[in-house]
Design a protein around this ligand. Sequence first.
Ligand SMILES: NC(=O)c1ccc[n+]([C@@H]2O[C@H](COP(=O)([O-])OP(=O)(O)OC[C@H]3O[C@@H](n4cnc5c(N)ncnc54)[C@H](OP(=O)(O)O)[C@@H]3O)[C@@H](O)[C@H]2O)c1
Length: 289
Amino acid sequence: MILVTGATGNVGGKVLSLLRADGHKVRALTRDPAKAAFDTGADLEVVAADLGRPETLPAALDGVQKVFLMSLGANKATHDAHLVAAARKAGVEHIVQLSTLGVEMAEDPKKNPLGHWHRVAEDALRESGVPWTILRPNGFMSMNLGWAASVKAEGVARGPLADVPEAIVDPRDIAEVAVRALTEEGHEGRVYELTGPQALTGREQLAVLGSLLGRDLRFETVPLAAHREMMLRHFSEETVNGVITTLEEAIEHGSELHGRLSPDVQRVLGRAPRSFATWAHDHLDFYRA
Ligand SMILES: NC(=O)c1ccc[n+]([C@@H]2O[C@H](COP(=O)([O-])OP(=O)(O)OC[C@H]3O[C@@H](n4cnc5c(N)ncnc54)[C@H](OP(=O)(O)O)[C@@H]3O)[C@@H](O)[C@H]2O)c1
């Protein structure tokens, strides 16, 4: 049995679907099964649990051999530690953990809180004695769905980083690598850096979308203070402050790390990572006026 956290979400949802398509028995973890819209089937169990409430985790892990582990923002360190501790007690054989490429710049927690939360979460897993695989993706291509409303209405995308090249990655590639790590031999003790095939700035990503849509689109750089206000509508203050501090560092010092191209998607999947043009083509309806 494979437990999938974040099963109602972005990467976890894709991991769940791919595992089921491959014929694996899965248990989907969600805080609210009544809200979750899974396709029912004999291959699927749904469990109500909360990574912030460790008392809910032993039942979720009962009979589980492998876990796909994700958690969010400032909760990353504590939520992953809860799951890892419960998994160790339950005799889990392998955890595949979603981390971030930013861990590599996490030396100073004050300058990169986001990377630091993930590093603490990775350390808890490494020190647990449970066999592990760590996935360190770059920024997700799907973050650009945040541009959809303004692109549709005004032909404009707004963001704080117009000109920093980033090799952003398709979440479908992350999920495929996670599934390989969960279901094949040979991935234990490995750290995979997951990037796209090309480093593109925000302006260049928008140009790709514009050319597919046949529209002239404009990038408007948003000051970090305004970006912070926008984020506060969706995320906790602690998470937002961590993201903003990390962005300040990226703007000030450029981003050698986030522009880097990793061979790991190709190594694990035996094919090149999906390009931003492919991702944009497959999600174009979100941007059509
Ligand atoms: N976005 C990026 O550009 C980026 C870049 C690098 C790394 N990452 C990593 O990827 C993560 C985001 O992954 P994602 O996009 O796949 O996330 P996501 O799907 O947006 O996250 C939502 C999921 O989190 C679950 N969740 C939230 N709080 C929970 C809790 N207390 N207990 C159990 N489950 C909880 C939700 O489950 P229910 O609501 O069903 O309970 C839902 O399935 C980040 O946190 C970071 O670690 C992201």
